[in-house]
Write a protein that binds this ligand. Structure first.
Ligand SMILES: Cc1ncc(COP(=O)(O)O)c(C=O)c1O
Length: 405
């Protein structure tokens, strides 16, 4: 038999190390829990509160009524209209079904949007720290991922000067996220206008991941897609995964200019031919009505964020600031002298708490760990107590080492 010369395309080489590797601590935690270990998980952004009962009931009714056939690639007309109405209500700007494509969650919308806009030779600008899947999304297209630093002293808000400094003739897209995972930064309308002005000047698209749009605390949510001047270059991607605590429904969308949506649909339906009709029906109910569970969830995450910050504040080992939105607190563990990754492993091995290392979210996340607000208050308080204790012990050792050295 001759040696096989079966070959693989380069896409999986480019993605190697950008997927599961970022979740190594969480995956190890899951394996240990399956083997009987008693662990507290603050690692994954999975809402723990119940979804709106009405949305779930509607999915069941639609399923029983036989809504189990094929949907259309762009989305069923009623669902497109519901998403368009949601954007029109929010922005006050005319939005029709031709501005919308329904997708299997935000992740699918992100992949389809970036694939529609860039290819090898192009550059995508991404505020750093960034959500862990963005590198893979950009790498899969062959385009170059260009991190744009955001700083703790600016509460991790993207500054127009930092964006401008990273732009080259190959820049095509700014991929941003507000409220941000992992930093909790929520950009104001004025900030979006200033960033948008830079994008206009350099003729860049703005793809904005708005999966946490319903989860802002004390500030209003703002979007480039809601700004009249930016509409021709702005794309919004979102879902009901976080807002309605329904990540398993895989129900999301992209909103953007008509020609963009026409082209995105070609990409999107090549891989996934629409979403399940019974879930598509439930998405309409999710968006058409105000559900008390959505508001309650925002209030609970806000309370938990305040409680977590209060428990960790003033520590000599870990520094925190209150997130402006989202589901996470980004904690700075540099006083311990460890990387975020090493701290996360020590926390798992010695304290039974599972967190995400900041390094999974880019160079600017280094020396941090991301703590999800997705457990009950008493469990969270216990996790924070263990985090603080370990961080203070390590920081004291680190100070002693550096003094000796
Ligand atoms: C910033 C961000 N974007 C996208 C996603 C994926 O969302 P979806 O479930 O809608 O695909 C997540 C999930 O954690 C996220 O945090």
């Amino acid at each position: 038999m001759t040696a096989s010369s079966l070959k693989y395309a380069s896409i999986s080489d480019r993605l190697d190390g950008l997927g599961a590797a970022k979740w190594a601590v969480h995956i190890a935690g899951k394996q240990r829990a399956a083997a009987g270990a008693d662990l507290i998980f603050l690692s994954i952004g999975e809402p723990d509160l119940p979804p709106p009962a009405k949305v779930v009931e509607h999915a069941i009714t639609a399923l029983r009524a036989g809504r189990t056939k094929y949907a259309s690639g762009q989305g069923e007309v009623g669902t497109l209209d519901a998403v368009a109405a949601h954007h029109e209500r929010r922005s006050g700007l005319p939005t029709t079904r031709r501005n919308i494509a329904v997708t299997s969650g935000t992740q699918h919308a992100l992949y389809a949007a970036i694939t529609t806009l860039v290819e090898t030779g192009d550059e995508v600008l991404v505020p750093d720290p960034y959500y862990a899947t963005y590198e893979g999304v950009v790498a899969s297209t062959g385009a170059t991922f260009v991190p744009v630093p955001t700083l703790p002293e600016h509460d991790f808000h993207l500054r127009p000067e930092a964006l401008e400094a990273a732009i080259t003739p190959r820049s095509r897209v700014l991929l941003m996220n507000t409220p941000s995972n992992p930093t909790g930064a929520v950009l104001s309308e004025a900030e979006i206008d200033a960033i948008g002005e830079v994008c206009e000047r350099h003729d860049l698209w703005i793809v904005c991941d708005e999966v946490y749009a319903e989860l802002t605390f004390d500030r209003p949510f703002s979007s480039p897609f809601d700004r009249p001047r930016l509409r021709e270059r702005a794309v919004s991607v979102a879902s009901i995964s976080k807002s309605h605590a329904l990540p398993g429904f895989r129900s999301g969308w992209a909103a953007g200019p008509e020609e963009f949506i026409r082209r995105l649909t070609l990409v999107s339906e090549t891989m996934l031919f629409g979403i399940q009709p019974f879930l598509s029906d439930a998405l309409v109910v999710a968006l058409d009505e105000q559900h008390p569970e959505v508001r309650r969830q925002r209030d609970v995450f806000h309370e938990r964020a305040q409680a977590m910050v209060a428990t960790l504040e003033g520590s000599t080992g870990v520094r925190v600031h209150l997130p402006e939105g989202g589901m996470f607190v980004l904690a700075d563990v540099r006083p311990t002298g460890l990387s975020g990754l090493d701290f996360a492993w020590r926390l798992l091995d010695e304290c039974g708490v599972v967190v995400m290392p900041g390094e999974s979210f880019g160079a600017r996340g280094a020396g941090h760990v991301r703590l999800a607000l997705t457990v009950e208050a008493d469990v969270m308080a216990e996790a924070c107590r263990r985090i603080r204790e370990l961080a203070e012990q390590l920081a004291a050792e680190h100070r002693a080492d550096t003094q000796e050295g």
